[in-house]
Ligand binder design. Structure first.
Ligand code: PLP
Length: 445
């Protein structure tokens, strides 16, 4: 289907951009000087515009299109659901909703039994926090400075990054520093030191804030937007032990890291721990229809058998989103998409990024797991001076002009292609990085 702008005239990028700039208000922006990229269509790991340009996607949009674009099986399931029943209230029992919940529970660790569906990741965190508060009868929520948890009341107040500051209206939020050895807050020089000091800091924070007042620790299993900060070995186990010791619920935010991105269904599987609540969205159906949710462990689920849950959403478990979840998860299993993320991410992409770092002094640090990788760009490796925002914008433009859609945050390039990416496509993307980073070698001083 084509949405014609004027009669049958061919649509151009400029037409679509002008339409956008006339009527669309964008997220996280000053509206005045926006120049949004125009995308007309996509398939697999490739996108194209109206002017004949094609792009290899190394962003998965906002790290959500894990299964790639226009997956035929997911589209077919959505079309079938459209014909059967497109919308129904959350209080009803619905086949697609039940099947989606069953599949998600089956992927979770033993001891998880129910799913509460939301519209996206922010309200998943919102409702996980609410459940932890009701279950414990406590109020405070701990979360990390280097984090993003979404743009609603408690989720944005729990967020650590700059987006929290103009939005802090929700009560009871306390922040702590999570580990990040490359720019350690603890003067650590080894992973072991960073881990031990970050855990000691968290214990002290819990003690001084009053353990009996703390409902939950909310953490991204691997902080994503904050920089793909894979926690040092032992950190997540240490957080789990602290939470257990003080009767605090551990909520792991798997919105970005979950559903295959790291080469496992859930990123916390790398640490061998089990949280009390898990939040998810994005990859669960690759964002084909907005959806998220809270995976609830048995004790909390049982608590709400005879305690009123004071929360709900008109579109909780929307059938179209649920059909997309069922088909996405089934296709991911059959096509071994999670295994592909591990094999291509750890076996091809990561060594390729490390080889680039050997060659380009602009790359200060490479880190990540599976297809969740990041390069931190610096003008001095010794001083770790971040490349400026203006220069990052130029690098981004050069990558796009070379046919690669990157995910750029601050001085980092997050390398996060769809989990269906092939080794050849990764090599193609690495070659573009190589060429473009070479053009900017002069930034290193
Ligand atoms: N949690 C994490 C870790 C995220 O990365 C995001 C979005 O990027 C969210 C929550 C919020 O999800 P949404 O934008 O779907 O509300």
């Amino acid at each position: 289907m084509k949405l014609a702008l004027q009669n049958d005239m061919a649509i151009t990028n400029d037409d679509v951009r002008q339409l956008d700039r006339s009527y669309v208000f964008h997220s996280w922006s000053m509206q005045g000087n926006l120049n949004p990229m125009v995308i007309a269509g996509a398939k697999g790991c490739e996108l194209w515009d109206y002017d004949g340009n094609t792009y290899l996607d190394f962003s998965s949009q906002l790290v959500n299109v894990n299964i790639g674009y226009q997956h035929p099986r997911v589209l077919a399931a959505m079309k079938a659901q459209l014909d059967e029943l497109v919308t129904i209230a959350p209080a009803t029992a619905n086949l697609a909703r039940g099947e989606a919940a069953k599949r998600i529970v089956e992927l979770a660790p033993k001891g998880f039994s129910k799913v509460f569906f939301t519209n996206a990741g922010a309200d998943a965190n919102e409702n996980a926090i609410r459940m932890a508060r009701m279950f414990t009868g406590r109020d405070k929520v701990f979360s990390a400075y280097r984090s993003y948890h979404g743009n609603t009341g408690s989720a944005i107040a729990a967020t650590g990054d700059w987006r929290r500051v103009p939005n802090e209206y929700s009560r009871g939020h306390v922040h702590f520093f999570n580990p990040y050895l490359y720019r350690s807050e603890f003067n650590a020089t080894t992973e072991e030191e960073e881990c031990a000091r970050a855990l000691a800091h968290l214990r002290r924070m819990i003690e001084v804030e009053g353990p009996n007042a703390i409902a939950a620790i909310l953490l991204e299993s691997i902080p994503g937007t904050a920089g793909i900060l894979v926690p040092p070995k032992g950190y997540m186990q240490g957080v789990r032990e602290l939470a257990t010791e003080f009767g605090i619920m551990l909520i792991l935010d798997e919105v970005m890291a979950g559903f295959g991105r790291t080469g496992k269904w859930f990123a916390f599987e790398h640490d061998g721990i089990v949280p009390d609540l898990i939040t998810f969205a994005k990859g669960v159906n690759a964002g084909y229809v907005p959806a998220g949710g809270v995976l609830i462990s048995e004790p909390i689920a049982r608590y709400f058998d005879d305690h009123f849950f004071a929360g709900g959403l008109t579109y909780s478990g929307h059938p179209l989103a649920m059909a997309a979840i069922v088909a996405t998860l089934d296709a991911m299993k059959e096509e071994k998409v999670v295994e592909n993320a591990a094999a291509i991410g750890d076996g091809v992409l990561r060594p390729g990024l490390e080889a680039l770092a050997e060659k380009h002094p602009l790359i200060g640090h490479v880190r990540g797991v599976g297809l969740f990788q990041a390069m931190e760009l610096v003008t001095s490796r010794e001083k770790k001076t971040p490349v400026t925002a203006a220069d990052m914008a130029k690098i981004k433009t050069a990558l796009v002009n070379a046919g690669l859609l990157p995910f750029v945050v601050e001085n980092r390039i997050h390398v996060v292609p769809p989990c269906t990416v092939s080794a050849e496509q990764v090599q193609q993307g690495l070659a573009i990085f190589d060429r473009v980073l070479g053009e900017f070698a002069g930034l290193v001083g």
